[in-house]
Design a protein around this ligand. Structure first.
Ligand SMILES: [Zn+2]
Length: 178
């Protein structure tokens, strides 16, 4: 089942919902369709164009949002799908300061890594093996990252996500299947 990008009345990206839920929002006039997906949803009596992007008709006040959730997909997008140590294709998640030595599972201590580097590094500190990272890990910012972190994607969402920090995120996520 395809998913639909939901925007606030202010066009801020709010989240991703299953198609059926988005259709109910549109049919109840709680949202309007901004982009159609090109497919039709068939009921007993009619066919309705399925949305790809909807915008709420009334502004919803969103409570304070904490940091972008640390998911594997969002992490790989932040690091461009590349190993931060050798630049090879990343297939695993590494804790820079190993967990066994007190390292946290947080954006500034978690990086994408290839399996080989991850294995060689094991539970050592970078200083112990003389390695450097290609970039310093930091939490991503921007509402688009919350959408990217869900793993659902649609090229029609791009123009709506770009103003919210997606331009480099989505450029880097291209080609990542993780
Ligand atoms: Zn590597």
């Amino acid at each position: 089942m395809p998913h639909v990008l939901v925007l606030n009345a202010s066009y801020e990206p709010l989240g991703v919902v299953p198609m059926r839920r988005a259709l109910v929002l549109v049919l109840n006039k709680k949202a309007v369709c901004l982009e159609e997906s090109g497919v039709f949803m068939h009921s007993a009596t009619c066919a309705v164009p399925a949305p790809s992007v909807v915008r709420l008709t009334r502004f919803v006040r969103v409570p304070f949002r904490g940091p972008v959730p640390l998911t594997r997909r969002a992490l790989f997008a932040r690091d461009g799908g590349r190993c931060v140590y050798c630049g090879g294709v990343a297939t695993s998640v590494d804790h820079v300061v190993p967990r066994s030595r007190g390292g946290k599972h947080s954006w500034d201590n978690v990086v994408a890594a290839c399996r080989r580097c991850n294995h060689v590094k094991a539970d050592r500190h970078l200083a112990e093996i003389g390695w450097r990272m290609r970039h310093q890990p930091a939490p991503p910012s921007g509402l688009a990252w919350r959408i990217i972190g869900t793993g659902h994607r649609d090229p029609r969402w791009m123009p709506y996500l770009q103003p919210y920090g997606a331009e480099h995120a989505l450029a880097r996520i291209d080609g990542i299947s993780a």
